[in-house]
Design a protein. Structure first.
Length: 486
């Protein structure tokens, strides 16, 4: 199969056409951009000249025909993947409906689930046979895999724009938690910083209600009145009167919507004692508003509380207190630990979820990425390693990035800082949005220099250098680092 990677003429046609599309898009988006218009016109003329050669034209036609066949195979493969996902969601839907009604599955529902599972298994075998007949050589296989990856990337980009990359972990939590949430049972999401706990809570809230949730951010001096409501002086009929203004909790209760309590373990103990009672309430229950003379409020259907909490690691998160057993028990079995992406992988494996997140965060609508594949892979690996070291995930490779003392003490290799998914996205978007002024290496160096904890700064530099970054920063503020005793 001819491809731009192996044929220099096709490579020039491909790059010229790609640059022409970009120049035209810039000219449209930036009206009166003379340089973009001139560039587009020059590229059009160059492309016309290349295609004027009969041999080149024939090669391009042949390559386009082959490309069309590859895309058809990729699209059908992707449609198969989405169909499999839809079948699994249909199977789960029976459990969701039964769970919402607190009943067992009907015999007819179990039979339907078995039918759907059989259909899914048959579809897998059928598609595998079809693929075997379509892919006859390694070149075609690689082209199809690349095209399918591009389609997955576009979906991931769309998911990120919606607020959450739906990794396998996220899908599993969503599928398992929905029945309980629909019944109004509270949910707790635990995990390390930057691991998308809040994004997951917001996604679940929108999925349940179709609108933005009420939101309360945890901090040390929040009071019950700020959550429930308080009296304020307001103009009424030409006079000033004391009027009760509902807070986010009451608004969620009366409108039947979700309430997110973000970083609930950063809230004061006295506040959490009041919250204990609230977590026992369900739609249809009565709530007595002490702040408004004991007014009785009937909780509307759709009300639910979703709380997030950072790990209770000593000295890591300022102002974080250990949640009481009484409070934790209010969430029952609806507590979920949200791990960093790729948490089940070994240090030596490819961190595919981090890599997909990295690519999707800077891809354009057509799936083009402004950074090289090698750079993206290396920074994804660095992020993954830092996340595992920060979480204290022992395994083959862990000891390469921590000191002997920390390994013996069982302490995480990083105390306070990590190249978390949120941080990875921010760094890549900074680089991609700089117009070439900021390199990825420079952005990573700035990140390390901004770390306050000295030993963390050294460990992060070690991790990044292991992936080929910070090569020119030795002896600088990020310094070299060798685990003691090694």
């Amino acid at each position: 199969m001819l491809s731009p990677a192996t044929d220099p003429v096709l490579a020039e046609v491909y790059e010229t056409a790609k640059e022409l599309r970009l120049a035209r898009r810039v000219a449209i988006l930036q009206a009166q951009d003379t340089l973009a218009e001139q560039s587009a016109e020059a590229l059009r003329r160059r492309l016309d000249a290349l295609l004027a050669d009969p041999e080149t034209h024939e090669a391009v036609d042949s390559a386009l025909t082959e490309r069309a066949a590859v895309l058809r195979t990729a699209v059908k493969t992707r449609m198969h993947e989405l169909s499999q996902r839809e079948l699994l969601e249909q199977i789960d839907a029976f459990a969701h409906r039964a769970g919402q009604m607190k009943r067992t599955l009907l015999a007819a529902e179990r039979a339907r689930q078995a039918e759907l599972r059989a259909r899914a298994a048959h579809a897998v075998q059928e598609h595998a046979s079809w693929l075997e007949s379509r892919i006859t050589d390694a070149s075609t296989r690689d082209a199809v895999l690349a095209a399918v990856a591009s389609l997955r990337l576009r979906e991931a980009r769309s998911q990120l724009e919606g607020g959450l990359l739906l990794t396998r972990q996220m899908r599993e939590i969503i599928a398992e938690s929905l029945p309980a949430l629909m019944r109004g049972e509270p949910m707790l999401l635990l995990g390390e910083t930057g691991g998308a706990k809040t994004a997951l809570a917001e996604y679940l809230s929108r999925h349940l209600s179709g609108r933005q949730p009420e939101f309360v951010s945890g901090y040390g001096d929040i009071s019950s009145t700020q959550l429930i409501g308080s009296h304020e002086l307001r103009p009424v009929d030409g006079a000033t009167a004391s009027v009760f203004v509902p807070g986010p909790l009451l608004r969620a209760m009366t409108t039947g919507g979700p309430l997110i309590l973000d970083e609930v373990n950063a809230m004061p103990a006295e506040f959490l004692k009041r919250l204990n009672r609230v977590l026992q309430l369900r739609p249809g229950d009565q709530f007595s508003v002490q702040e408004n003379a004991g007014e009785q409020v009937t909780i509307a259907p759709g009300f639910v509380i979703i709380a997030t909490a950072n790990e209770q690691t000593p000295h890591r998160y300022r102002g974080i207190d250990r949640m009481s057993a009484e409070l934790v028990n209010r969430f029952g079995a609806n507590s979920y630990r949200v791990h960093y992406p790729d948490h089940t992988r070994e240090y030596t494996e490819m961190p595919v979820e981090n890599a997909l997140l990295a690519a999707a965060s800077i891809a354009d609508a057509e799936g083009n990425i402004p950074l090289g594949a090698d750079e993206l892979e290396r920074v994804s690996r660095a992020a993954f390693i830092s996340q595992q070291v920060f979480a204290g995930s022992h395994g083959e490779g862990f000891s390469e990035f921590i000191s002997t003392e920390r390994e013996i003490d069982g302490r995480p290799g990083l105390e306070e800082s990590v190249l978390a998914p949120r941080t990875l996205v921010a760094i890549l978007q900074k680089v991609a949005g700089s117009g070439g002024l900021i390199s990825l290496d420079l952005a990573l160096n700035r990140f390390v220099e901004g770390v306050m904890h000295a030993e963390d700064r050294q460990v992060l530099a070690l991790i990044l250098r292991s992936q080929g970054f910070l090569a020119d920063s030795r002896g600088g503020s990020s310094g070299g680092y060798a685990p003691s005793g090694r």
